[in-house]
Design a protein around this ligand. Structure first.
Ligand SMILES: Cc1ncc(COP(=O)(O)O)c(C=O)c1O
Length: 407
């Protein structure tokens, strides 16, 4: 961030921000005016609300979930008491950690995972243990093996959470394969021998899918007990991060503790933002915005992938990258031993050529193996198409000086 501010010519493939031009300012202004002009709604919006959140928004959230999971309207009505609106999904992640974790507790995370959540775990003194992934996200056999090892060490009682970013993950862009979602829930339930092991399903990028057809069912939808999966979602990526509104659908056992903590934090998210979002959802403004973002980000993703194909063609397979079906990120990997981190040679070389990325090492837990340093997270959300092409060209030029391109 500092580097980008100091050098305006720098192309940032680092910031995980959303596209600036497409932010729905006009539609939001219209809806906000409607809310404020209504003599009853307007005053309610400017008043305190409840800790769980605006009932109309929470109902709209259930309708959104019903459409997304392909069930009939009203099918999820009974979940209303389990829906909590939070200050972005980040607050929910924090509240879950605060409610569940004592120092020394264990959280199993994808390797790599969302680095900000690793920070949340560190704050709570919890141990993050990485579970290997492949193109289908967290490998369930590796998850079982990790649980076996932890159990053999007598530490199973310290495992509280399995954290999975199921849709177009930050940082890899990869999703948990549809045929692993039920299995993930079953593993958590089967290993809840000494105490409950919850699945924290972070679906921050749900909605931003660039392939045709419906998105797969969430892991949450396979939780028939209703007491294993914590679903964390947000309107930041699909509508506006400035609204800072996310939500959770909580297992029944966690509703009271999480609401208690949220009460202590802020006794409720902004009522104005919630009421605007409720209308945005009800009037179909939200769906229109998501459709717009999908075509815009699809084009940006394609531009980044084409630029990678073009500029790294001469590297003879020495580097590789993911081809995400949605979200905002591509995960780029150099050969092992090539350090893309802040202490390696590529990072300063990129800065001097005018491009930055997020060093991938930040996205790894420190157990069971040290963080890998040969990766980078590239975000295609913010730069325009010209900058995406130029940014990748600069990245290739910088890497070429550290590797030996074949052609
Ligand atoms: C995977 C993931 N989860 C959660 C969040 C939190 O976002 P917000 O608090 O804006 O909902 C982000 C933001 O980048 C994210 O990438």
């Amino acid at each position: 961030m500092q580097a980008a501010l100091a050098n305006p010519a720098l192309i940032s493939l680092a910031a995980g921000f959303v596209d600036q031009e497409s932010l729905p300012a006009a539609a939001t202004a219209r809806v906000m005016t409607e809310v404020l002009n209504d003599p009853v709604e307007g005053r309610r919006a400017l008043q305190y609300g409840t800790t769980a959140g605006d009932t109309e928004l929470r109902s709209q959230i259930l309708r959104l979930l019903e459409r997304g999971e392909g069930v009939s309207e009203g099918a999820y009505e009974a979940y209303l008491p389990q829906v909590v609106v939070t200050q972005g999904s980040q607050q929910l992640l924090y509240l879950v950690a605060e409610a569940l974790l004592d120092p020394g507790d264990i959280v199993l995370v994808e390797s790599p995972t969302y680095f900000v959540f690793l920070g949340v775990l560190e704050t709570h003194g919890a141990r993050a243990i990485g579970v290997p992934i492949d193109d289908g996200g967290m490998k369930l056999d590796a998850l079982e093996a990790t649980l076996e090892e932890i159990s053999a060490r007598g530490e199973l009682g310290r495992v509280k959470l399995i954290y999975s970013i199921t849709e177009h993950s930050n940082p890899t862009g990869l999703s948990l394969a549809p045929d692993r979602r039920k299995g993930l829930v079953e593993i958590a339930q089967r290993w809840s021998k000494e105490r409950p092991i919850y699945v924290l399903e972070d679906a921050a990028y749900r909605g931003l899918s660039y392939t045709d057809g419906p998105e797969p069912r969430s892991a949450w939808s396979y939780d028939e007990t209703g007491d294993t999966v914590i679903l964390a979602r947000t309107f930041s990526k699909t509508y506006s991060p400035g609204m800072k509104t996310g939500f959770g659908v909580l297992p029944k056992s966690l509703v009271k503790p999480i609401l208690g903590l949220k009460g202590n934090h802020d006794f409720g998210s902004s009522n104005l933002h919630q009421m605007v979002l409720a209308r945005v959802l009800r009037e179909g403004v939200y769906i229109e915005q998501v459709e717009l973002l999908k075509s815009l980000y699809k084009a940006k993703r394609d531009t980044m992938l084409e630029a990678l194909d073009q500029h790294f063609a001469g590297f003879d397979g020495q580097v590789k990258w993911t081809r995400p079906a949605g979200g905002l990120f591509v995960w780029f990997s150099a050969p092992e031993g090539v350090d893309l981190g802040p202490l390696g040679s590529v990072w300063p070389n990129c800065q001097s050529k005018g491009v930055i990325y997020v060093p991938g090492q930040y996205a790894f837990a420190h157990e069971p193996t040290p963080p890998e340093t040969n990766h980078a997270r590239l975000c295609f959300g913010v730069p325009d198409e010209a900058d995406l092409k130029e940014g990748i060209a600069r990245l290739a030029a910088a890497l070429a000086e550290c590797l030996d391109p074949v052609a």
